[in-house]
Design a protein around this ligand. Structure first.
Ligand code: CP
Length: 304
């Protein structure tokens, strides 16, 4: 049995294979429409979600399987004090694979120890979101065609944004990727990622507070929202929440073939007027999430 808790559990080759399967699903959906007949996915979401939970559920339905689960902790026995381990142990008697989101870092890892079936981390606190990273990589592959040599800008809340932490780790394994971190001082990329991932892998990186200054260099701009739910102090959130707002005027200095990604949901950080720009790839990205999750489910169930 295999789980997906951290994106680094998948090799670059395995990620390439998953993207190949996802491409094939897009080309030939009918060939996959009953592969998971008789299989059940449990979605255990202790934190709110639109894209991750519903794309996992749509993925399983489109593979011919079924879905059970809950979308908030209060509708499960967690509200009565049941531990994550006990919850997952029980659910693994009822389902063939589990996707779990939890506000506490490490909860899906703990769950995987108690489970009889594969567990997928669907986001744990400010730590990691490996299936979002698969979605991001798949989108870059489909939009740009390669990873080597790209200059990728990460903009916004780099401290609490789990999607940027996972994506940084994944991109560090490709050749000559340069990273540009754009954030307010208080929301900088955590030092452990710089010390443990970027420096040992000789990844070139720059930290700045100015999006305008670096915009012309970027091949990918990965926007993120300021993570209100991870702040201890509402006044700090209000002060920082609108640090960066991408507008058509700001995009004017960007490369003609740059791509704007965002894991979504957005709040204020990308103006709606950017949506019609061909470089805005974030809605295509959300759509891609279903196909790459279909590929992952097949892989973890040993069906592909
Ligand atoms: N990108 C993402 O994780 O979105 P949701 O919180 O809606 O699942």
């Amino acid at each position: 049995m295999r789980n997906l808790i951290d994106i680094l559990e998948l090799s670059v080759e395995e990620i390439g294979e998953l993207m190949g399967i996802a491409d094939d699903i897009i080309e030939r959906p009918e060939a996959y429409s009953d592969i998971c007949k008789g299989k059940k996915l449990a979605t255990l979401f202790f934190e709110p979600s639109t894209r991750t939970r519903l794309s996992f559920e749509a993925a399983m339905y489109e593979l011919g399987g079924n879905v059970l689960g809950f979308s908030e902790a209060n509708s499960s026995s967690a509200a009565k004090g049941e531990s994550v381990s006990d919850t997952v142990r029980i659910v693994s008697y009822y389902a063939d694979i589990i996707a779990m989101r939890h506000p506490k870092e490490g909860a899906p890892l703990v769950a995987s120890y108690a489970s009889d079936v594969p567990v997928i981390n669907a986001g744990d606190g400010g730590h990691n979101h490996p299936t979002q990273t698969l979605t991001d990589l798949f989108t870059i592959k489909r939009e740009i065609g390669h990873f080597d040599g790209l200059t990728v800008g990460f903009c916004g809340d780099l401290k609490f944004g789990r999607t940027v932490h996972s994506l940084l780790c994944a991109l560090a394994r490709y050749k000559n990727v340069k990273m540009v971190f754009i954030s307010p001082e208080e929301l900088k990329m955590p030092d452990y990622l710089i010390q443990e991932v970027l420096i040992p892998n000789n990844i070139e990186y720059v930290e700045t507070t100015s999006l305008d200054e670096v915009m012309p260099q970027l091949d990918v701009l990965y926007m993120t929202r300021v993570q209100k739910e991870r702040f201890f102090n509402e006044a700090d959130y209000i002060r920082l929440k609108d640090s960066y707002i991408l507008t058509p005027e700001k995009l004017a200095s960007a490369k003609a073939d740059m791509r704007v990604l965002h894991p979504l949901p957005r709040v204020n950080e990308i103006a709606n007027t950017v949506d019609k720009d061909e470089r805005a790839a974030y809605f295509r990205q959300a759509k891609n999430g279903k196909y790459i999750r279909m590929a992952l489910i097949l892989r973890l169930l040993g069906l592909k």
